[in-house]
Design a binder for this molecule. Structure first.
Ligand code: SAH
Ligand code: SF4
Ligand code: F3S
Length: 470
């Protein structure tokens, strides 16, 4: 097997032609393009990385297929955030064994956060011999080289250098959406929340140059994109320690100044770095959506401390109240963990209380999952899983009530929305507040802004009608 080595942090397009030549030289390769099946697990950062991977594959002459059975390359971009995420990947990888047996020429590859962990890479080496290429998060830009080595060489390729990671510009991209785009402004995380694996698998926080971000955003707007979502594990610490002096509020202003009709969204914000100045900026930037995803994780100060989150419930609530006062109508969503080691019923009730006070429009709720190598994985965890699942259900029931009441209060209002997709017999329109409304209309409206009147609310599902296409 190959040894790991220090990764150069520029994109070397040299191997693109070699991969093309490799496939062209196969029987029938001159008339049939190779096909790749790329599947993404995990968060938007992974979705965005997969768009770069597909960009590189397209340059190498690949077409894409939804069917692993038809693919010459099957690539899974993996997530490690909870045990369930890893189990899903292993389950799906196991199912590929038969394909490899029937078609030994197929290359099965894994990349992303999960394989960046040493113990997982070892497990794949030992127990999944049909996986021919494994590469970590820090070498995405070397994908053509690694792919070529795995295709042309006799050995399996494992390339998982450790390190802090770098920023590589100018990777090609093949975006999934035609009017909604992801735009990474930074990579990595320095926060080391005690439960979280992300800092270990994504390296240290590093921000892209503001000029490169603006350039990409301008190109998106020119290309007709109507919504740009800025990505980072903690966008509020964008630009920290850099000479250009552009921090996140400044960056938002610069993006807001780009001429055109589009929305700016961003995720994720860490409460310890969200400032009043940020909300003042949002209030003044008409293109920034009236929605804030601000994970609070727990409503108990004792648990927040054990999580190493760096704020209290009082500070969190105060911040939300300030935001609501300067940005009227702003909606809040959040992430919350139930059953952190040592959490008591009292702690949990503090979480319920915070949920009631803030009135989130929706919540992403998780049961704590121990991650190997994180501090929380070594903490006493006496509460049985069954109790945690009961708390979990209690919390989701409370949130449903809150969301339903909020939905009902919106009936009768007229709001701007982006028509973004279709369901069975309806179109889906997303409001600036990040709330979805079902409307009737022609498919040709998809990708357009419209004025939508909210006419009904059933539980948390809103229905409405298009008044005007904008
Ligand atoms: N950087 C983002 C979130 C990254 S992970 C932030 O700080 O908000 C997305 C969510 O997964 C987290 O907000 C947290 O709620 C959840 N999560 C992370 N690690 C977890 C774990 N070990 N068990 C359960 N949920 C976890
Ligand atoms: Fe994980 Fe915390 Fe970093 Fe978010 S801020 S990625 S939860 S360590
Ligand atoms: Fe998962 Fe990695 Fe994102 S662990 S949540 S894909 S940063």
């Amino acid at each position: 097997m190959k040894d790991t080595k220090a990764a150069p942090d520029i994109f070397d397009a040299g191997y693109i032609d070699r991969v093309r030549a490799f496939f062209a030289s196969r029987p029938g390769g001159d008339i049939k393009a190779p096909l790749a099946h790329v599947r993404t697990f995990g968060c938007q950062q992974n979705v965005s990385d997969s768009e770069r991977i597909k960009g590189m594959l397209a340059q190498m002459g690949f077409g894409f297929t939804e069917e692993p059975e038809q693919a010459d390359l099957i690539l899974f971009n993996t997530c490690a955030v909870r045990e369930h995420a890893e189990d899903r990947v292993f389950g799906n990888v196991g199912a590929l064994k038969g394909i490899k047996r029937r078609r030994p020429d197929v290359l099965i590859a894994l990349c992303g956060c999960m394989v960046q962990q040493e113990h997982i890479a070892q497990r794949i080496k030992a127990s999944y011999p049909f996986v021919g290429l494994v590469f970590g998060t820090h070498v995405l830009h070397r994908f053509p080289e690694l792919l070529y080595n795995a295709l042309a060489g006799q050995e399996r390729v494992f390339e998982i250098p450790e390190g802090d990671g770098s920023i590589v510009e100018d990777l090609p991209v093949c975006r999934d959406g035609k009017f909604k785009a992801w735009l990474s402004i930074m990579y990595g995380c320095n926060n080391f929340c005690s439960y979280c694996i992300v800092p270990y698998v994504r390296g240290r926080e590093r921000s892209r140059d503001p000029e490169r971000i603006l350039e990409e955003a301008r190109e998106l707007v020119r290309g007709g994109y109507k919504e740009i979502t800025l990505l980072g594990q903690n966008v509020n610490s964008y630009g920290k320690g850099q000479e250009h002096g552009v921090d996140f509020p400044k960056l938002l202003r610069m993006l807001n100044d780009i001429p055109g009709d589009f929305w700016i969204r961003f995720m994720t914000s860490h409460p310890k770095d969200a400032t009043r100045r940020l909300f003042d900026t949002i209030a003044e930037c008409e293109k920034v959506a009236r929605h804030f995803h601000l994970p609070f994780q727990s409503g108990s100060n004792r648990i927040l401390k054990a999580m190493n989150r760096g704020y209290t419930r009082e500070q969190y609530i105060e911040l939300v109240e300030y935001a609501k006062s300067v940005v009227p109508g702003i909606s809040f969503t959040s992430d919350v963990i139930v059953g952190f080691p040592g959490e008591t019923r009292e702690d949990f009730e503090q979480t319920l209380d915070l949920i009631r006070r803030v009135g989130f429009t929706s919540l992403f709720t998780f049961i704590y999952s121990p991650r190997k190598g994180t501090p929380a994985a070594g903490m006493e965890d006496p509460v049985p899983h069954k109790v945690k699942t009961e708390w979990f259900s209690e919390m989701t029931a409370l949130q449903e009530q809150i969301a339903a009441a909020h939905s009902a209060s919106m009936v009768g209002s007229v709001r701007r929305a982006l028509i973004e997709g279709e369901g069975e017999g309806y179109l889906e329109a997303r409001l600036s507040e990040n709330i979805v409304v079902r409307v009737e209309g022609e498919k040709s409206l998809i990708g357009k802004f419209a004025e939508v009147e909210i006419t009904g609310a059933r539980s948390w599902v809103l229905t409405g009608r298009v008044k005007n296409v904008l």
